[in-house]
Design a binder for this molecule. Structure first.
Ligand code: HEC
Length: 108
C-alpha cells in the first residue's frame, strides 16, 4: 500500500513536470512573438533563425542552461550581438527562459 502511494506520487510528480514544460513552451511562443522574432525570424544581425537546425546545432550543444544565461544576460559571439533579454529588460528571467524553450522546441 505504502509502495503504491510512493509510485503514484512519483508518477504525478513526473506528470507535473511534463505539464509545466509544455506550458512554458506555449508561454514562450508569446514572448518570442513580442520580443525575439524581430531578429530571430529573419536572422537580423547574425541572429540564428527560428527553426534553422544548422544554425542552432552548435548552440544547442552548449546545453539549455547556457542558452538561457546568454539570452538573459546578453551574449556577443562570432555571428553578432544578442542584447540582454533581446532588449526587453522588462521581461522576467522566466519569460526569457520560456522563449528559449520555445526556440529550442523548433529545432529539435
Ligand atoms: C536585436 C536583435 C535580437 C533580439 C531582439 C533577440 N536576439 Fe537572440 N540573438 C541575437 C544575435 C545576433 C545572436 C547571435 C550572437 C552570436 O552568436 O554571435 C543571438 C543569439 C541568441 C541565442 C543563442 C545564444 C548562444 O549561446 O548561442 C539565444 C538562445 C537567443 N538569442 C535567444 C533570444 C531570445 C529568447 C530573445 C527574446 C527574448 C532574443 N534572443 C531576442 C539577436 C537578437
Amino acid at each position: 500500500m505504502k509502495r503504491t502511494a510512493i509510485t503514484l506520487a512519483a508518477g504525478f510528480a513526473m506528470f507535473g513536470i511534463g505539464i509545466a514544460h509544455a506550458a512554458d513552451v506555449a508561454k514562450g511562443e508569446e514572448v518570442y512573438k513580442q520580443a525575439c522574432f524581430a531578429c530571430h525570424d529573419a536572422g537580423v544581425a547574425g541572429a540564428p533563425k527560428l527553426g534553422d537546425k544548422a544554425a542552432w546545432e552548435a548552440r544547442l550543444a552548449q546545453g539549455e542552461a547556457i542558452l538561457d544565461k546568454h539570452a538573459i544576460e546578453g551574449f556577443t559571439g562570432e555571428a553578432g550581438s544578442m542584447p540582454p533579454k533581446g532588449g526587453r529588460t522588462d521581461l522576467s528571467d522566466q519569460a526569457v527562459k520560456d522563449a528559449v524553450a520555445y526556440m529550442i522546441s523548433k529545432v529539435k
